[in-house]
Design a protein. Sequence first.
Length: 71
Amino acid sequence: MRVSKDMLARWKKFAALLLHEHNCRESDVTTPVMAWNIAHKLDIPREAYHVGLNDRHIETALRRIFPLAWK
């Protein structure tokens, strides 16, 4: 099972809105911990677990949403 394109797009949109709310940008997320904290604020893990995904799937999605966090 993989994160669907629709789900990834929705998570990316919600992450962008949360960052905008706090006057931040995607490039401000510079560590995996920051990316995971944002994911937890948005309840991404709960949604992912509900559809049968695991932490590796979530991390792959977070790597796509916040590529600078893993460089």
